[in-house]
Write a protein that binds this ligand. Structure first.
Ligand SMILES: [Zn+2]
Length: 80
């Protein structure tokens, strides 16, 4: 299920995407997605590979073009 949008780091939530993600909801804020939300495939402290989170909870790393959950990204930067 997680491979479905592997080539698309950023999506607009449609019904198919909602069905795929809303069993668990957004790992960043714990809320469900709504139709038309923009979501990005991001890495975060949940640790089980990239998951879709709301776009406004993610930052894009300019070097790798990968998205990260905001708080997780900050903690990575602090460690560096
Ligand atoms: Zn969220």
């Amino acid at each position: 299920m997680n491979d479905m949008h592997a080539c698309k780091p950023k999506i607009l939530m449609d019904l198919e995407s909602l069905n795929a993600t809303n069993a668990l909801g957004c790992p960043a804020c714990g809320r469900k997605f709504s139709l038309g939300d923009s979501a990005v495939l991001a890495c975060g402290a949940w640790g089980s590979g990239p998951r879709y989170i709301h776009e406004n909870e993610a930052v894009k790393d300019s070097k790798t073009s990968q998205y990260f959950e905001r708080g997780y990204y900050m903690s990575l930067k602090e460690d560096a």
